[in-house]
Design a protein around this ligand. Sequence first.
Ligand SMILES: Nc1ncnc2c1ncn2[C@@H]1O[C@H](COP(=O)(O)OP(=O)(O)OP(=O)(O)O)[C@@H](O)[C@H]1O
Ligand SMILES: [Mg+2]
Length: 376
Amino acid sequence: MGNKPFVFGVATSGDNFTDRKKETERLLLNFQYGVNTVLISPRRWGKTSLVKKVCGLAQSENLKVVYIDIFSCRSDREFYDTFATAVIKQTSSKLDEWIETAKLFLSRITPKISISPDPTTDFSISLEMNPKSENIDDILQLPEKIAQKKNCKIVICIDEFQQIAEFSDSKTFQKRLRTIWQLQKDVSYCLFGSKKHLMNELFEKKSYPFYKFGDAIYLQKIGTADWVEYICNRFEKTGKHISEELAERICKIVDNHSSYVQQLSWLVWVHTDETATENSFKEAYQDLIDQNTPLFEKQTESLTTYQMNFLRAIVGGVESEFTKQEVLTEYQLGSSANVSIVKRALEKKELIEIEKRKISIPDPILKEWLRREFVL
Ligand SMILES: Nc1ncnc2c1ncn2[C@@H]1O[C@H](COP(=O)(O)OP(=O)(O)OP(=O)(O)O)[C@@H](O)[C@H]1O
Ligand SMILES: [Mg+2]
């Protein structure tokens, strides 16, 4: 079986990773020089892929990189468990060393270490029921202690960082992290996540502990030229052909949205025998919408009529001044007070995005799907 020419749905790497040269360089420098980084973008643009790539490049004898995904953490306790496990596991390679490190630096917490049937592959740490507050700091200090002992630097990457905003008493938790992290000398952090407004809130509000925590990178889309080269290449490599014009149209129709470019390219490739045609493109685009329909139905099924009407207004071309009387009437949005409530709710659901007062639907396929729904 050959390598899939296109990858979507999971973080990508190797031959399926394209461009991002500038961001890769900047992030790599931050890792190497211990600069804290905050990386933000809408969903599925390629944060995880980028950070994982840089992790691979940066990893060395003197620089250890720890990658943690906290998507499934629902509380600070789960965060501490996940954090301790990942830090210990990823800074040393042998089981004996794991246990030794845990004993040495987490002795006050008496962590329970559970080991899976195959001890070389997995283990996890869970903490005693209610560790005392000062003992919890031991966990946050763990990377610094390991770095000193091993005489190396450590970078901790935390994916889906916006998750911490959902913890109860999140601000106290954030303060605690920041207080400890900012004093560490041998450890730096790369915090990244997707719910853009949440990430913005965490890092841009003066009253929040993480305000100005580090180098803020707003990940941009991958440019058309890079995509076209990539798409054409992947076709050629697998014995098929696509014109640059058609490759360009793939990018355009999904607005250069990373995941969709890959998914649509894949579908065009599937519909192509030797050379991609107008027909392959059309069929693939329909497939793309069909394949995403269940997801869109789920995302929109619980929306109120006002919220749907608001989306309808955006699809209809409105991008600002939703509270003008004509707009309120035409799209049945209720009062202007109502509009701000609806706006906030949709933003929270990540269905709309507000940038420089302009409102848009960041997901190009969702937008097209809505357009078709509204016509019916
Ligand atoms: N550099 C890249 N080159 C090619 N394709 C990419 C690149 N980055 C991302 N993609 C495409 O986008 C998809 C999503 O990438 P990734 O999971 O890294 O994004 P993300 O921003 O972490 O998403 P999420 O917000 O869901 O966590 C990948 O499966 C791949 O199809
Ligand atoms: Mg991700």
